[in-house]
Design a protein around this ligand. Structure first.
Ligand code: GLA
Length: 412
């Protein structure tokens, strides 16, 4: 399978980053005529992520298994002579301009709320310069590939490096999480900023959301790769439904906790307790709880399968997870189901499931690195036969994680 790059900067990504630097020079022409219009420009990248196992477990204290992909957020910047910060984007028109000396800007309901949410938490020493910053990227927005955590992490990294704040990766994760929860106002789980902030090449992150412990699990890139199929469906109701699932599982825990001594989150509640005392729960709440409790078990099984090199076993858990998301958690849509069903018929696909919150967005597939070339075409055919349009399907190998990209690495 042709992949879009596994380490460093893949060819496709390098081209896009080069164009981003060019856009920076166009949007922010150098203050005086210089021989090299790129002088003083620095470039940063943060990936997006797919989640392979542990669906809707992060806010229930369970384990998750995300992996970074080599699509993400681009941040190009250059110091200014004053203490102003100008934030612009190649993707949207609105811009933010403010003084680092002045009062912190309020939430504007715009894309730049994400970087502002990060910036507001930083203590910027008085001798650090203002900046012209251009954001951009190649992650589809709202597709379940974590574009919001990606822009937050990219911001934290870029400002840390440029201003020499010495924050480090774990602090970037905290800044990103607080920006989304406290400034933008989304009750997101902890998975996404961890998945991006702690990403390593060709490794799946194992994050236990109860104690936030992490481990990196190698994905054998010679044998396997990850493809992402985008349904193109974006549902406005997704955020409301997501918050409702957070509520429902909190209710389930509240009602079951008295029967599960020592449990501090739904992840700790044994299945037998749900089976014995579940009648006290509304049917929908009972289904949500069953998904969470069984998905915890499946995720541990998937980890064991991966560690034993049993990719078929891992894939079987992905397919089971999707079934549970469809039947019990009720966050799937027909477009996702058709892609997963078509994937399951392919001999070279180990497993597939929706990734992210659901209600549209993307399916993540695990497939043989040497998959028969028609594999993804047939999956796209099945989708087209039903919905009369072709989904975008791209193959990824993983990404080394958030980093500065030296401009010299981008020479054509
Ligand atoms: C969204 C959230 C994540 C996680 C997933 C579901 O992507 O941002 O925190 O809850 O849904 O696994």
């Amino acid at each position: 399978m042709a992949r879009s790059g596994t380490a460093g900067v893949g060819l496709g990504l390098a081209g896009e980053l080069r164009r981003h630097v060019q856009s920076f020079s166009d949007v922010f022409p150098a203050p005086e005529v210089r021989a090299d219009e790129r002088a003083g420009v620095r470039l940063f990248f943060a990936p997006g992520r797919v989640n392979l196992m542990g669906a809707h477990l992060d806010y229930n204290g369970g384990p998750v298994m995300p992996m970074a992909i080599d699509r993400g957020t681009f941040v190009a910047l250059r110091a200014r002579a004053d203490r102003k910060l100008c934030l612009r984007s190649t993707l949207e028109g609105r811009e933010a301009m403010f003084d680092l000396e002045g009062t912190a800007p309020e939430r504007a309901g715009a894309w730049f709320d994400y970087p502002l949410g990060v910036l507001r938490q930083l203590r910027v020493p008085a001798d650090r310069p203002g900046l012209d910053v251009l954001f951009g990227g190649n992650l589809p927005i709202g597709a379940g590939l974590s574009s919001s955590a990606s822009i937050c992490i990219a911001t934290a990294l870029a400002l840390d490096q440029v201003w020499g704040l010495e924050l480090g990766a774990r602090r970037h994760v905290e800044l990103a999480l607080a920006a989304e929860r406290e400034f933008v106002g989304v009750q997101c789980g902890i998975m996404d900023p961890y998945a991006i902030g702690l990403a390593r090449p060709d490794q799946i992150l194992w994050l236990d959301c109860k104690d936030r412990s992490t481990a990196h699990l190698p994905l054998d890139a010679a044998r396997v790769c990850v493809a992402v199929a985008d349904t193109g469906v974006r549902r406005e109701l997704a955020r409301g439904e997501f918050n409702r699932r957070v509520q429902e599982t909190a209710t389930a825990f509240e009602l079951l906790a008295p029967h599960a001594p020592g449990a501090s989150c739904l992840r700790d509640v044994p299945l037998e307790v749900l089976e014995r005392f579940g009648a006290a729960l509304e049917p929908a709440v009972r289904r949500r709880a069953r998904h969470v409790i069984e998905e915890v078990r499946r995720t541990f099984e998937a980890r064991a399968a991966l560690q034993a090199g049993d990719l078929a076993g891992f894939g079987a858990r992905m397919l089971a997870a999707h079934g549970s998301l469809r039947e019990l958690y009720e966050v799937s849509v027909d477009e996702l189901d058709v892609l997963v069903e078509a994937s399951a018929k392919e001999p070279d696909v180990f497993g597939a499931r929706l990734t992210g919150a659901g209600f549209g967005g993307c399916v993540a597939m695990l497939l043989r690195a040497d998959a028969e070339p028609g594999t993804l075409e047939r999956i796209a055919d099945a989708f087209e036969a039903r919905f009369a349009r072709r989904p975008e399907i791209a193959v990824f190998g993983g990404d080394p994680g958030p980093r500065e990209i030296p401009l010299a690495d981008l020479q054509a």
